[in-house]
Design a protein around this ligand. Structure first.
Ligand code: FES
Length: 521
């Protein structure tokens, strides 16, 4: 191997310590998988065709498609494959999305809803195709998906959801056979939904990508890009990665970008539990509460688990411990839980107008792409993003280019409370006093916890470790200067503005921030 050929696996320390994902809690998927490790040979003499930043479902699917099409690709992840939201998803594969077809019709048009449904269907088929083609052992299973209404208002919403799905060409019909112990008034079943083990799936994509000549770099955080007329240069320490195109598959693009103001970060909570009576649901089940609950089951190493999720709230708001308690309490009402084997939370981004942003990064030089705003539907929309971005790179066009254009300016009145969301962001800039604890003495703080406190007129993010050692950081998020909040369930500092997250020592867990919190002397 030439001096200039190396991989970066050991060149940059993994600032996550031993955490396998972007939080303290291991997900169910972490229990029987290991990262695949770096692969391929990196050369800084090479000008790669495409640098893909981020090794989640979006990045690895994009990389594999492009590499198979003859492009020379390199994937760089700040940690390792599946470290981010792909490692914390509940891996539902649906023909409908959290943004309903009725909402898309209202905010865009009936044609847009049809196209959205077509894109989702293509993504579902693509996942099934890769599982088959690459013989991926990832517990992929076709199942029915059920949505049920418990109140009169929910019935009306369900009617809307059902009728708009049918208008969009999605196979759905009324049912009275929902596999749930919850008493419901009305329900709809969607055929040909699916589930899988998300980490087994993406690790197989990564293996296939490397076998096809692709390069994967772990522990490689990509900083600012420098663009010339011919290619983009990413600096990694002393080294440079050069590529004609760059794809930010980082959940939300790093740096400061207009997309940060068009997506709101949310946390979602999940438990995996064994049941005393084996009454595991056969299917994917969703209620219509706000926020809603969802249930499915999964067998790992011969043991079946109920996976229950919900109680979402905006990142850096709400109380993560309470959210877990509420989720456990709600699940116990209907299921005879024997043991809670895992509990974890994950992040997703709610887009301003309900549709994801997929395509060229607004305000960036030519040849830089991104995908974000999946609204909790990352398995389908991450895969769809890979299809769209690879089409854009390979042929310069995509059927979905206009609908998901990240540069679109869409009136936001039609969807969610986005105006409120943005007002909320403004509230959390440096001057804000939200969440400052009146801690009389640091001795009062419980160990292994954090708090924003005021000390001699300065705000500090203080973490007290299990041995009682106190670590003080500036609480000012290095992205755009909002004040972070302590998340006691994931032992992380979470930014309420655009969702950057840091571990208890201030190291970046997830973007858009690139730099760690500043230690307080
Ligand atoms: Fe933007 Fe923190 S993520 S200010």
């Amino acid at each position: 191997m030439k001096d200039s050929e190396r991989n970066f696996a050991t060149n940059a320390p993994d600032d996550s310590g031993s955490w396998a994902r972007d939080g303290k809690n291991a997900s169910l998927w972490n229990t029987n998988t290991e990262p695949a490790g770096a692969g391929g040979s990196f050369s800084d003499y090479t000008i790669y065709d495409t640098l893909i930043v981020g090794a989640g479902i979006t990045g690895l699917t994009t990389a594999l498609i492009l590499q198979k099409a003859g492009k020379r690709c390199i994937v760089a992840d700040a940690h390792h494959a599946g470290y981010g939201t792909t490692g914390g998803t509940t891996a539902h594969i649906n023909t409908f999305a959290d943004t309903t077809y009725a909402e898309v019709e209202k905010a865009f048009s009936r044609e847009a809803a049809l196209q959205f449904a077509q894109g989702i269907a293509e993504a579902v088929s693509a996942i099934a195709h890769y599982v088959k083609t690459y013989d991926i052992n990832c517990d992929f299973e076709w199942l029915d998906g059920y949505v049920y209404a418990e109140t009169e208002n929910e019935e009306k919403e369900l009617d809307d959801l059902y009728q708009s799905a049918v208008r969009a060409g999605v196979q759905a019909e009324p049912t009275t056979a929902v596999p749930t112990p919850v008493h419901y008034r009305k329900a709809v079943v969607f055929a040909n939904q699916a589930q899988f083990h998300p980490l087994k799936y993406i690790l197989a994509l990564q293996k296939e990508f490397v076998a096809s000549g692709g390069v994967v770099l772990e522990n490689t955080r990509i900083g600012e890009l420098h663009s010339t007329d011919d290619y983009h240069i990413a600096r990694v320490g002393e080294k440079e990665i050069k590529a004609s195109e760059v794809v930010y598959a980082t959940h939300i693009p790093p740096g400061i970008n207009v997309l940060h103001f068009r997506n709101a970060p949310y946390r979602s909570y999940v438990i995996a539990a064994t049941l005393k009576d084996n009454a595991y649901p056969k299917g994917l089940v969703y209620d219509m509460q706000d926020p809603y609950h969802y249930f499915r089951s999964h067998t790992i190493d011969g043991k079946q688990y109920l996976i229950a999720g919900g109680h979402d709230h905006k990142t850096g708001h709400g109380d993560p411990e309470q959210a877990f308690a509420d989720l456990v309490g709600y699940t116990r009402e209907y299921y005879d839980i024997d043991e809670i084997a895992a509990q974890w939370s994950a992040q997703y981004y709610v887009p301003a107008d309900g549709l994801p942003y997929i395509g060229e990064l607004p305000g960036a030089p030519k040849g830089i792409y991104t995908a974000t705003g999946y609204n909790g539907n990352g398995m389908m929309l991450g895969t769809l993003s890979a299809l769209i971005i690879s089409d854009l790179i390979l042929s310069g066009k995509s059927t979905y280019q206009k609908l998901f254009d990240p540069g679109r300016i869409k009136p936001i009145a039609g969807f969610t409370e986005f105006v409120k969301e943005n007002a909320d962001v403004v509230k959390h800039f440096v001057g804000d006093r939200f969440g400052i604890d009146e801690v009389a003495s640091l001795a009062d703080m419980p160990v292994d916890s954090g708090s924003i406190v005021e000390y001699k007129g300065d705000k500090l993010a203080v973490y007290k470790d299990p041995a009682g050692g106190v670590h003080a950081l500036s609480p000012v998020c290095t992205h755009a200067k909002c004040i972070v909040q302590w998340n006691n369930t994931e032992k992380s500092w979470d930014c309420p503005c655009h969702g950057a997250r840091y571990d208890c020592h201030g190291n970046v867990l997830t973007g858009p921030a690139r730099d760690n919190l500043t230690p307080y002397a």
